[in-house]
Write a protein that binds this ligand. Structure first.
Ligand code: SF4
Length: 227
């Protein structure tokens, strides 16, 4: 078991320093070349892997180039075109609805405010945060995905469980300039080392400051369960 720094602020800064060093080139792993493509890719990525989304989107983006294209397609056609994505039927409905709203209410543009984005079907705060950060260069919050949720709790940065509450806790202790990279660093660490089922604590750069470190800690603070 590692010993966390005295304050959550200091713990956050130390964790960031080490992860910047460990993953200097980390960034979003979805492929896109327009704001619309990003929005579509992020909506499709909910509970689906980025690899699968990138794979499906290669053809999808050839066929659907504008909001009008999504609005004009039937849900059945769209569902066929995104077959292989988790919950493809629901997400087909979201894409059609997004196309319609962008055409009807936003002159075919992807909006740049949290409230307008979260009014779109299938777009919650997490998706909106990603779109704001990567399409509009606006950082309003911290994207809390499953890796951020798990590792923040393991490291003692939050005791909250809901993503919205975790985000509020993190925004209090993570320097604002790091909000965007915080997510990418945690995703990289979650994929490479601090995996959900069997984190490689013996080879982790955060082991000495992590209260969940498996060496002699009995509990995974992400779940509260014993290792
Ligand atoms: S891999 Fe282990 S030591 Fe590293 S952050 Fe995860 S739980 Fe802590």
């Amino acid at each position: 078991m590692g010993t966390p720094l005295d304050s959550r602020e200091a713990q956050a800064v130390e964790v960031l320093d080490r992860l910047y060093e460990e993953y200097p080139d980390t960034d979003i792993s979805l492929n896109f070349s327009t704001k619309l493509e990003l929005l579509v890719a992020v909506v499709l990525s909910a509970q689906c892997t980025d690899e699968r989304v990138n794979d499906i989107c290669e053809d999808l983006f050839e066929t659907y180039r504008s909001p009008e294209d999504y609005a004009a397609a039937s849900e059945e056609e769209l569902a066929d075109d995104i077959y292989g994505i988790t919950f493809h039927n629901n997400k087909a409905g979201y894409l059609k609805g997004i196309g319609e709203i962008l055409v009807d209410e936003h002159d075919g543009e992807v909006p740049d405010t949290m409230s307008e984005l979260t009014d779109l079907p299938g777009v919650g705060r997490k998706t909106a945060n990603v779109v704001l950060q990567h399409a509009h260069d606006v950082t309003e919050g911290i994207v809390v995905d499953t890796h951020v949720q798990r590792i923040s709790r393991r490291l003692g940065l939050t005791e909250e469980e809901r993503p919205e509450a975790i985000e509020e806790d993190l925004m209090d202790v993570v320097p604002e300039d790091d909000w965007r990279m915080f997510t990418h660093l945690f995703i990289s660490h979650g994929r490479a080392t601090c995996t959900a089922r069997s984190p490689d604590c013996a080879d982790c750069v955060l082991a000495d400051i992590c209260p969940s470190e498996r060496g002699d800690s009995s509990a995974d603070l992400a779940s509260g369960a014993e290792w």
